[in-house]
Design a binder for this molecule. Structure first.
Ligand code: CMC
Length: 370
């Protein structure tokens, strides 16, 4: 009899080709359209990276100007979406708010059922432009604060921070946040991107694919890890308690959030850049204790399990330092990854094949209904 090889979790399965990003676990490198992500984070704006992911090349000044103009006019939350968000309970998870907002935006989108490349790009841009307003409003309404409207004179990241906190962020903070947006933007066939591609493969619309992707990102094994890392840091409290805490957590067979990766087994290429960003933020805010805890837990995890941190490990405490509420961290990931998701949706649509794997049936053999 023929035996089928089952790859649980599709580990190592090559499901399709993609020209968007290359993950090389041997060299710990991640390239967006050929460019090392850490160099993009150092030299390019998130707006330029969004353009790169969608179009395959970095923009000329004129192309960037055109995209920027389009992004800035779509920053404001339409009244009906704002009202719908304000009706949602303040104790639901902010990822539910994000997911719901994208779903409603789809229902109202005049191009919802137009999947031409031009319409797909326009929809991607509008979602990217408006998501910061969704996330900012959600944090503010939970804090009992008034909505802050977008400013057209600010770049993407500065405006995002403005709408969230109601004051202009200092340049060092804008730069740190911007780097996180670049690092989170794209990562090949991760669970949420693959979800978006599965949905697109049925020829469903872009908003459906993004709504599904948000659902996949919510879980703590994926995007929800950045929130979970902050919870871990708060539970541990200080560096001197990290080793004992880890001992206990591992004895209980707990997964340590922010560590490990399905593809990278020798370290996540995005971590050194984000760790440096966290270091800068800690200096900026005069809260360097967090770095002691960070390093102690990382070293302990390294010597106990030889498992290295992933991007969520430095991103969680970095977002905390900036002042975001912990439950808003994963929506920040959404605001960034919308670029990669939509690039994949467009790539999937351009050379589509229905994604529909098979399984090996292990239930009862055929039997008679009594
Ligand atoms: N804490 C404790 N043990 C771990 C961890 C961890 N974070 N990650 C892996 N291991 C252990 C795992 O228990 C297993 O041990 P054993 O062989 O004794 O059973 C071994 O390492 C291999 O792990 P695995 O679960 O087979 O690896 P995977 O490829 O299925 O899992 C992962 C990848 C990301 C789901 C997992 O590492 C994990 O749960 N990490 C914590 C959650 C997290 O940080 N997720 C973010 C992922 S990356 C960025 C993102 O998407 O946001």
């Amino acid at each position: 009899t023929e035996t089928t090889e089952i790859r649980k979790g599709l580990a190592g399965v090559v499901a399709d080709t993609s020209a968007i990003s290359k993950v090389n676990p041997d060299t710990n490198s991640l390239l967006y359209r050929g460019y090392p992500v850490q160099e993009l984070a150092a030299k390019k704006s998130f707006e330029e990276v969004a353009y790169l992911l969608w179009h395959g090349e970095l923009p000329t000044p004129a192309q960037l100007g055109e995209q920027t103009a389009a992004e800035r006019v779509h920053r404001e939350l339409p009244d009906n979406i704002r009202d719908a968000i304000l009706e949602l309970p303040t104790d639901c998870h902010p990822m539910d708010v994000c997911r719901t907002a994208v779903s409603i935006l789809g229902a109202h989108d005049p191009q919802a059922e137009d999947s031409s490349p031009e319409a797909e790009l326009a929809k991607a841009l509008r979602l990217w432009a408006v998501l910061p307003a969704v996330v900012a409003l959600d944090q503010r309404r939970r804090r009992g604060q008034e909505i802050v409207h977008p400013r057209e004179d600010l770049g993407y990241s500065a405006n995002f921070l403005w709408m969230t906190f109601g004051e202009e962020a200092e340049p060092a903070v804008v730069q740190a946040f911007e780097a996180s947006m670049v690092l989170y933007a794209e990562h090949s066939f991760n669970a949420s991107t693959f979800t978006a591609r599965v949905i697109t493969s049925t020829l469903a619309d872009l908003h459906s694919a993004v709504t599904g992707a948000i659902g996949a990102l919510k879980g703590p094994l994926h995007g929800g890890a950045n929130e979970a890392v902050q919870a871990t840091f708060e539970e541990i409290g200080s560096a001197d308690r990290a080793e004992a805490w880890l001992e206990d957590a591992l004895a209980q067979k707990k997964k340590i959030m922010g560590f490990g990766h399905r593809v990278y087994k020798n370290g996540d290429s995005r971590v050194p850049t984000m760790r440096a960003v966290l270091g800068d933020l800690a200096e900026h805010y005069g809260q360097t204790e967090v770095l002691d805890l960070y390093d102690t837990l990382e070293n302990a995890m390294g010597s106990r399990k030889n498992i290295k941190p992933n991007l969520d490990y430095p991103a969680g405490p970095a977002y905390h330092l900036i002042g975001f509420d912990t439950n808003i961290f994963t929506p920040l990931f959404v605001a960034s990854r919308i670029t990669g998701w939509t690039a994949h949706i467009m790539e999937q649509r351009a050379a589509n094949s229905l994604i529909r794997p098979v399984c090996e049936y292990v239930g009862p053999e055929q039997r008679e209904v009594p």
